[in-house]
Ligand binder design. Structure first.
Ligand SMILES: *[C@@H]1O[C@H](CO)[C@@H](O)[C@H](O)[C@H]1NC(C)=O
Ligand SMILES: *[C@@H]1O[C@H](CO)[C@@H](O)[C@H](O)[C@H]1NC(C)=O
Ligand SMILES: *[C@@H]1O[C@H](CO)[C@@H](O)[C@H](O)[C@H]1NC(C)=O
Ligand SMILES: *[C@@H]1O[C@H](CO)[C@@H](O)[C@H](O)[C@H]1NC(C)=O
Length: 778
């Protein structure tokens, strides 16, 4: 009966869609109530939806089903007219209709920096057998199959649980896969529905990577050891991913103009069905409630099946509230700088030296010679933008020929500015940060001698040019760039990368995000042979490795580590793996002081790094973990005041929220960090409590003692202060009480205070950040 109703509903829908204006189509993701039974005449849900949607013989083309989702939850995505939405939403078997969203794409030395290179006799690599039985899914721009980082030399047969495929298409043969790259698929229906058919000259409708991002991130997660890797001579050494023997499966969802949710969801669906263990997602996002966020919904279903999902936090830093991919069932990764840099300093005619960075690899500027220096200032260039941005066509060749040109950051890519300067006849470029960019620097493979300088240095150079250009000045402005190659053992390190997106968590302030930071600045990793290192099509250089920066690079470090941890501890849940990474993370740099924030040079905070920088070897043996099941997240959503319907959309579970609400508040999720959110104009005396459950994953008969470092102006008590575990696997509860007074927390900007709660058995330390914030009224 229910089935018949559903079929009628869909048939009605088709009619409605056909009568509606055929022009105004947009893509929607439709979640079907899992209880509505599929009519038995249709072998699969896909048959059901598409047969229903095409059973009419009218002339108007039927609405196209783009993807059918079946592993994560029943549903589909389709291109349909917006006018038929209310009816679609009203159908009894339709749980939710979510609009399509487009998302942007958000290491030789990093394994050594993390302490797990092959030469350092790593117990983590040893116990996990380098991750050889695990499969990491990289949802990205595809893969370069023949790259040495994806060689399968010495790898054993693929586990029989693997059900994935190597999809052959345009320029990507089925022989492209091997025992390392065990799966490759692509999803373009959502992209093409929104963008029109792709141009086969500029991209490949296949798993082949024609961008480079996906090859780079995949090799960070699980690239093999490749000796003598470098980019144009920089960062030379052995390249290796985090889990060198883990298998890789590439799911291409990102195309020339972005990554679409309907395709990303199809990749999640396929990856879980294929049998992956870890999903790595280096795309940015917009922060919306979880029931409107297709990625959060897909990640929830993946987590429920035991698949670990890590995602990049985004590159929207250094401002606050910029972190994305913030669902508590996802590990959100920020970016740090490792102890390697590529100094390329600017020497000015007044003898001042301004520090910069670059990975320009061609012939340098003539030694000892000073070149005239040029900056357009505020004069108008292309499309109303300042000419100082060095956009295409904004520089007058007569004015810049033979000169070093100062370009401001913004609008076009950093390397593209260099190309504009080169074409106009400039001999070099200084890429200068504006005040909003702060001191954050990213090294690029420029096509001419060029370097990047921070906001302070940029200002000094601009002022020098202004002064030296004034009539009556004794000497016109001049400069040169001195390239110093690769510098190692840089101090301080790690440093929070300027671009790394920051908390507080805009959707759930009770959950600290990002969770951790990992290396994400100037990371060397594999690169396709069909893409230049600058990404410019005019650039004919080719390199097997490239140096990129972003939380996109940080995320696969954590994905690879998760594979190692899961290989060493097959029984650990995704939450357990994240807990191990968080409670063992560190916040002190190689000078022994709190990590700095690259953007300001000031001390960084929990809002910048979450629990801290990952420490893989310690994560291997965390002692205690804070575990979570999917039902705990349902309680969390109840306590976040989500409606029963919205909770069902995210979790496909019927929530009994009265039970959850009795148990406490959103911050009571058994998370490895704690955030107390107080209202700005609440009572003068404020208090709350957290209940946490610690699971002993270390030795039997271990006793943990608590140490509290309370946030300034806050009283914190932990009961009991001692946890005595008799068995491995045993769980014990403790209660954290937090009390403060409104006047002790400064109103406005600095109303966030943080402290630490640390359990120790004398051998291991299990640390949780404890944050107290005053929420501004909306
Ligand atoms: C595809 O891209 C190429 C290279 O940019 C261009 O020359 C060609 O006109 C494009 N084709 C179509 C159909 O847009
Ligand atoms: C860095 O610290 C200085 C001194 O405490 C302070 O004046 C400045 O505002 C801080 N900068 C940022 C960006 O927080
Ligand atoms: C949920 O609603 C209750 C009652 O209005 C309120 O006290 C609580 O702060 C809300 N919680 C969240 C996380 O918004
Ligand atoms: C499916 O049916 C079961 C049993 O009637 C019910 O408990 C559950 O909430 C239903 N699920 C949805 C998504 O409606």
């Amino acid at each position: 009966m229910a089935a018949a109703l559903c079929l009628d509903g869909l048939a009605f829908l088709v009619l409605l869609l056909r009568l509606a204006d055929a022009q105004n189509h947009a893509t929607y993701i439709v979640l079907i109530n899992p209880n509505s039974t599929k009519p038995s005449v249709f072998p699969t849900h896909s048959h059901w939806y598409s047969s229903s949607l095409s059973s009419s013989s009218e002339a108007v083309p039927p609405p196209t089903i783009l993807h059918t989702y079946s592993t994560l939850f029943p549903g589909f995505s389709a291109s349909i007219p917006a006018s038929s939405l209310p009816t679609l939403r009203g159908l009894p078997h339709v749980l939710s209709v979510i609009p399509e969203r487009r998302r942007p794409l958000a290491t030789t030395r990093s394994p050594l920096f993390l302490g797990i290179s092959s030469s350092s006799s790593s117990p983590l690599l040893h116990f996990s057998d380098f991750g050889s039985d695990l499969v990491v899914a990289v949802i990205d721009t595809g893969i370069t199959p023949s790259h040495p980082s994806f060689s399968d030399t010495g790898l054993g047969p693929v586990s029989s649980k693997w059900k994935g495929q190597c999809v052959a298409a345009n320029g990507f043969p089925s022989s492209a896969c091997n025992r390392k790259l065990i799966g490759a698929r692509f999803f373009s229906q959502g992209y093409e529905a929104s963008n029109g058919k792709m141009n086969a000259t500029t991209e490949s409708r296949s798993p082949l990577d024609t961008d480079g991002h996906g090859t780079h991130t995949a090799s960070i997660a699980a690239g093999r050891y490749v000796p003598d890797a470098s980019t144009l001579g920089y960062a030379r050494g052995v390249a290796a991913g985090m889990a060198p023997k883990a298998r890789l499966a590439a799911y291409k969802v990102c195309w020339n103009s972005g990554c679409y949710d309907s395709d990303i969801l199809a990749a999640f669906d396929a990856a879980v069905a294929d049998g992956v263990d870890v999903i790595s997602l280096s795309v940015g996002g917009v922060v919306v409630p979880y029931y409107l966020d297709a990625i959060a919904i897909g990640a929830f279903a993946a987590m429920e099946t035991g698949v670990y999902v890590s995602a990049s936090g985004g590159n929207g830093g250094p401002g606050g509230l910029t972190v994305t991919n913030v669902a508590p069932w996802v590990t959100t990764v920020g970016a740090g700088a490792i102890d390697r840099s590529f100094p390329a300093d600017v020497k000015l005619g007044n003898r001042r030296v301004i520090p910069g960075v670059s990975i320009y690899g061609g012939p340098g500027l003539e030694t000892g010679h000073m070149f005239p220096l040029f900056y357009t200032g505020d004069s108008e260039g292309t499309d109303g933008y300042s000419a100082s941005l060095c956009l295409e066509g904004s520089l007058v060749p007569k004015a810049v020929k033979g000169k070093i040109v100062v370009c401001d950051r913004g609008i076009n890519s950093r390397a593209a500015k260099g190309e504009v300067v080169r074409k106009a006849g400039g001999v070099g470029m200084i890429l200068a940060n504006g005040v909003f960019d702060g001191e954050g620097l990213v090294a690029d493979c420029h096509v001419l001698p060029a370097t990047a300088v921070g906001a302070t240095g940029g200002d000094e150079i601009r002022k020098y040019i202004e002064t030296a250009s004034k009539p009556g000045s004794k000497s016109p402005p001049t400069a040169t760039i001195i390239f110093k190659g690769t510098k190692l053992r840089v101090r301080p390190a790690p440093v929070v990368a300027s671009f790394s997106a920051r908390g507080p968590n805009p959707e759930s302030p009770e959950i600290l995000k990002p969770d951790v930071i990992a290396p994400g600045l100037n990371i060397l990793a594999a690169w396709p042979d069909n893409v230049s290192p600058s990404g410019l099509s005019s650039d004919k250089r080719r390199t097997a490795f490239n140096i990129l920066s972003g939380t996109s690079m940080a995320c696969p470090h954590v994905s690879g580590l998760a594979a190692l941890l899961k290989a060493a501890h097959p029984e650990w849940s995704p939450a357990a793996i994240r807990s191990a990474l968080m409670t063992t993370a560190y916040t002190v740099d190689n000078r022994g002081e709190t990590m700095l924030d690259e953007s300001s040079g000031n001390t960084s905070t929990v809002m910048d790094y979450g629990a801290g920088h990952v420490h893989p070897e310690k994560a291997m043996d965390p002692g205690l973990i804070y575990d979570l099941t999917s039902y705990d997240y349902v309680d969390f959503l109840c306590n976040s005041n989500y409606t029963a319907n919205n909770i069902q959309v995210v979790t496909r579970k019927t929530a009994d929220c009265s039970r959850a609400k009795r148990a406490g508040h959103a911050g009571n999720l058994n998370y490895p960090s704690m955030v107390a959110v107080f209202q700005q104009y609440g009572r003068p005396k404020m208090s709350t409590h957290f209940i946490r459950t610690a699971t002993n994953v270390g030795d039997a008969n271990s006793v943990y003692q608590v140490t509290v470092r309370p946030p300034m102006g806050v009283k914190v008590t932990v009961r009991p202060e001692r946890l005595a575990f008799r068995r491995t696997g045993q769980k014990l509860n403790f209660l954290v009480r937090v009390e403060t007074r409104a006047k002790k927390l400064a109103p406005g900007g600095s109303s966030t205070r943080s402290g630490l709660i640390t359990w120790s058995d004398g051998k291991r330390t299990v640390t949780s950040p404890l944050v107290v914030t005053l929420q501004q009224p909306l």
